[in-house]
Write a protein that binds this ligand. Sequence first.
Ligand SMILES: [Zn+2]
Length: 110
Amino acid sequence: MEIDLELLDYLCHKGVHHIEAAVRGHQHLPRTVVGVGTFLLDHDGNVDLLTAKQLVTFDKFLKPLLFDVPCLGPTGTGDCRGDGRIEPELLPKAYRDDELLCGRCRNEPS
Ligand SMILES: [Zn+2]
């Protein structure tokens, strides 16, 4: 599992609202999740260095944001034309443009 450090850096700083949204309704605080993210940034994304507790936080909140982001589809209602997931290489752009679309939905507008 190779963490995209640039993407993680974005999520921990400029894109922190994505973390806040993910944490909403859970007992974790955004700053706890950002803390784990910052730790990873300081350690080249080496998850082996996380404590058991940090790892739980990582798996629950950061991993889905880094590796498993659902495509909302062209109309934003989940009607994805691809496989329902945004390709990892498109994630930085998707987050930045606030357009959570996979490559297929991006290229075939409704
Ligand atoms: Zn899609």
